[in-house]
Every structure is written in C-alpha cells, then in structure tokens.
Design a protein around this ligand. Structure first.
Ligand SMILES: CC(C)(COP(=O)(O)OP(=O)(O)OC[C@H]1O[C@@H](n2cnc3c(N)ncnc32)[C@H](O)[C@@H]1OP(=O)(O)O)[C@@H](O)C(=O)NCCC(=O)NCCS
Length: 510
C-alpha cells in the first residue's frame, strides 16, 4: 500500500527500510536496549512539513499578527483592509471603522495570525486588466485572499486532557482570483507552520463540504437544530420526568464574565469534541457583542444561571425572545453551557417555565442531548436540522491518537495514508486502561509486532479525522468503503477498541 503519498518527500519511505533494519539491533524498541537508535526511528517518524504550493506570479503572501495602534483602540489600515475583505468574502456589509476596531480587539486577545495574499501592482501593470484594477479595484492594502489561524485546545477524550489544536478560519478568496491556487498556497503554508510548531491537530469549520478533504480534514463532529414545544400539559407539552435539583436565577448578562469562564472550563473538560472558545463568546454572552450591529450592545439578550444546592454555579443560558410577530411566541437560545447534566436540564426547565412562550429553539444542540429522554413527552423535542461542525486534520498521529478516548484494551496495526506526506506510515496502537501507546512500526519492533496476530486498519488521514472523536464508527466507515483493504474480521476487532459509546459535541463555532 502507498503510504505517505508524496514519494521521496518523507523519510518514511519504503526505500529507507532496508537501511533502518540493518541499523537497529534486534532488541531495540521503546523501553528496551538501543534507546538512541530508537529515538532516531521516532525522529524519522516525526511529522514532516508539507510542500508549500506556490502562488501564481504577480501574487505575494504575508503572514502577520494583529496589533493595535499605539493608541490601544484602533487598528492600522492594513489590518482594517484585511478584516473588511474577509467580511465581504462572506457577503457581510462594509464595516465602519468603529466596528473594525471592535473586531481587532478580540482578534488580539486570541493572538490570531493573519495571512493575506496581495496583488503585486507592478506585475499587474503588465497585464491587460492591470490599469482597470488600479482604477476601480480596492486599495492595494486589500488582500485578494484571507486566512486566519490561532491556537486553542481540543478535548479528544483521552485521560491526559485536551491537546493543542491550530484553528483555521476566515478563509476567503476574491471572486476575480478564484481557482488559481490561492487557497492551496495559504493552506499548505499554514499546515507547514503548524507542523513546525509541533501542533498535533488542525481544525476548521466549513461553508461547503467538498473543499477540505483534499487537505486531509475529515468531518469530526455534528450538531443539531432543535425546536422544543413548551406548551403546558403532560400529553403534548414540556414536562421533565423529575425535577432538577438546585435553582435557576435570572441574571444580568453584563455580570456573567466569571460564570461564563468557569462554566465553560468545566464543560470543556467533560465534553469530548469540545474546542476552547475565542473571545467573541465571552463578549456575546455578556451582551457586549451584537452580531447584527457590532457597534452596539446586544440589548435583546437575557441570561440565567443555575446554582446547585451547595451554592456552586452549574452553568448558564443566554437567550432572546424572537419578537411578537413570531407565532408561536418563541425563545431562541443563544448559548447553553452546563458543567453537568443536572444543570443542563435545570436550565432547560427554566426556559420552559418562562411565561407567554410556547416554543424554544436552539441551533447548537448536542446529538446525544439528555433533554429528550428526560422529557415525559419526547415528541415535544424535534430535531429540525443536522449539520457538520468541526473538521479535524491529524498532523501528528502519535500525539493525536495518544490523546484520544478508547473503548476497551487491545491492539491493532495502523496503515495511514497521507497524500500531503505529513504524518502517514505504519504504526502499532496498544490500548491499556483507556490510554493508547502509538509506536512507529520499525526495525525489531516491527518484527515482534508482525509475529503477533493483530488486526490492521488501513485508511486515509481524512478518514482518520472523521473517526478521531467518535462521530462515526469503524463499522460505518467500512460499509462506506472508506477503509481500503481492511478485512471484515479486522473491522469487528478494531471496532471494539476504537468505537465510542456517544457522539462527540463541539459547542464552539469559529
Ligand atoms: C473556497 C475558496 C476559498 C477557494 O479558494 P481558491 O483560491 O479558489 O481555491 P484553489 O484555487 O486554491 O483550489 C484548491 C482546490 O480546491 C478546489 N476547490 C476550490 N473551491 C472549491 C469549492 N467551492 N468546492 C469544491 N472544490 C473547491 C479547487 O478545484 C482545487 O482543487 P485541486 O486540489 O483538485 O486542484 C473560495 O472560492 C472562496 O473564497 N469562497 C467563498 C468563501 C468560502 O466559502 N470560504 C470557505 C470558508 S470555509
């Protein structure tokens, strides 16, 4: 099987095998004799930076951090032009200076890095369209491609807690410069930087599903749009089977900073698939970020906080009324973050108890929502839409799989194909007490492993991205023809080790 698709680029190339076999003493391997040679093998398996796709002539790319002007409240023209271009790429309005400066301040808090692709005016002048571009186009500091990345953590479910993830967002290319490889250049450069920085996974959310598989991203979590009928009466309406403990109190959103921080921290630590949140969430939940008008507060926002019986905070909900022209009278939940399941139900019970309201909607509900089975009438909970959210790109398969959750103890061989040559190869995965040890299959270790009757999983890095957090099972991917030459018998054995009992959930959009 072809591993590390870019032949000759990766050290993990079959041409190196005979050499490595001769170099390694029989007993070498992790925890045995020959530690120096073993570390050489491990280094050879270290993730490789992908080849950076070149830009077409006449284009240049710049990567730079967001910085405020010395006044501390405004951004310079280049950053303002970047933000305006990106917003226009998603068909948003032309933002005012005040709105731009507001965005600049939150980008700084998350240490976001901008990459812009610019038209070289001198080169453009040689083209037939060059003078028109200068005359009617946007100013020279407006890029024709935008790309933004920053680091947060991902809870992959493993016992050691969340791992670093490079988040990619704000990907746009000007309509006049599409399909000339600008995205490919920005993406390959960003993945090369992430590998250099030692980040084990990259993640993004997508506007179209057919774009990012080619870069090794697999759809890894989904979320539900829900509609909950709040009518009264046990037959048709909302009634929980048992009353949640504690008390929910109406809250002033502007006072929620600390509650939001501690509630999300607890939610993030307990939720496989969760991504650390950017500053905009803090601002939005405290009414200081109004997506409909960035220059004003969100005056429609309401909030409530669950207080447990011991007086500790269990979570919060923010919401707004949809307006009296909406029939039936509807509450839209903006954000509901609970540190435990009791708090989740208690916050819903509070929403259901609001007067003169007959429906609640939420666009970001988990697939395995405890609310539905907690209801006397499960039909009052309707899933009105299902959407992919997080897409994951494994950059370091050893680190990533060691940070993942596993079902039972066991072992298998992994043959990972990575067309970009970043992290493909042959590995042995051994799970013990819920934690995996992943070793490159090389030298004497390979000989020992091959003597063992281990099932083999063969797949692409994109497919591993989908399997990673447990959104889809090994069996389903096999049925879909995504597991290459993996046999039905091996699928059953690996499924027991790898498939997880509940779907993952990411409550962070970026
Ligand atoms: C999507 C977008 C960023 C692509 O940029 P681009 O510079 O034209 O892309 P490239 O020329 O680098 O194309 C890279 C590859 O992706 C493919 N591709 C690009 N856009 C695609 C799309 N919308 N659907 C499917 N494939 C697409 C290209 O055909 C090319 O394929 P290849 O690897 O076989 O050569 C650009 O069209 C855009 O800005 N769209 C509007 C905003 C948006 O949707 N952004 C994505 C946010 S997640």
């Amino acid at each position: 099987m072809a591993v590390n698709g870019k032949a000759g680029r990766s050290f993990w190339d079959s041409a190196h095998w005979p050499l490595m076999r001769r170099a390694l003493p029989r007993s070498s391997g992790p925890g045995t004799a020959g530690p120096i040679l073993w570390s050489i093998v491990a280094d050879l398996h270290a993730p490789q930076q992908p080849e950076i796709a070149p830009l077409a002539s006449g284009l240049r790319s710049e990567t730079f951090p967001v910085a405020m002007n010395p006044d501390g409240t405004t951004v310079d023209a280049k950053i303002a032009a970047f933000i305006r271009t990106a917003e226009q790429g998603f068909y948003e309005p032309w933002l005012s200076d005040e709105q731009i400066n507001h965005i600049g301040q939150v980008l700084i808090k998350d240490e976001q890095t901008l990459t812009g692709v610019y038209v070289d005016r001198d080169d453009a002048a040689e083209e037939s369209w060059g003078s028109a571009h200068t005359q009617v186009g946007f100013d020279a500091d407006h890029p024709v491609g935008t790309f933004l990345d920053y680091d947060k953590t991902l809870n992959a479910g493993g016992p050691a807690g969340p791992i670093d993830a490079r988040l990619i967002t704000v990907v746009t290319v000007s309509p006049s410069f599409r399909r000339r490889g600008i995205l490919k250049h920005m993406m390959t450069s960003a993945l090369a930087r992430a590998v250099k920085d030692g980040v084990p996974v990259a993640a993004l959310t997508v506007s179209e599903g057919g774009i990012y598989g080619r870069f090794g991203f697999g759809c890894a979590t989904r979320e539900a749009n829900i509609q909950v009928d709040l009518g009264e009466g046990h037959g048709e309406g909302f009634a929980l089977r048992s009353e949640p403990s504690g008390r929910v109190i109406s809250a002033d959103p502007v006072k929620l900073d600390e509650v939001i921080g501690t509630s999300f921290e607890a939610f993030h630590a307990r939720t496989r698939g969760s991504i650390g949140r950017q500053q905009t969430y803090q601002k939005a939940a405290t009414a200081r970020w109004n997506a409909e008008d960035l220059s004003s507060w969100n005056r429609k926002l309401r909030a409530a906080v669950h207080v447990r019986e011991d007086g500790t905070i269990g979570g919060y909900v923010t919401y707004r009324h949809e307006g009296w022209e909406t029939d039936p009278s509807t509450i839209r939940i903006s954000d509901l973050i609970a540190a435990d399941d009791q708090s989740h139900l208690a916050l819903w019970d509070y929403i259901a108890g609001l007067d003169i309201v007959r429906r609640a909607t939420m666009r970001t509900a988990p697939l395995a929502d405890p609310l539905q089975p907690a209801l006397l009438n499960p039909r009052s909970y309707k899933v009105t839409g299902l959407r992919d959210l997080l897409w994951v790109r494994i950059l370091d398969v050893v680190q990533a799989l060691q940070a993942r959750a596993w079902s039972v103890d066991g072992a298998f061989r992994l043959e990972l194909e990575d067309a970009m040559g970043i992290t493909g190869g042959s590995f042995t995965v051994r799970v013990h007490d819920g934690a995996a040890t992943v070793t490159p299959a090389a030298g004497a270790a390979a000989a020992e492993d091959s003597a063992e009757d281990l099932p083999t999983l063969q797949l692409s890095v994109e497919t591993l991205g989908s399997l990673y957090l447990g959104d889809v099972s090994v069996r389903t991917l096999y049925a879909a023809g995504r597991l290459k030459d993996t046999t039905a018998e091996d699928v059953e054995r690996i499924s027991r080790i790898m498939d997880l009992p509940t779907p993952p959930f990411c409550a962070t959009h970026f």
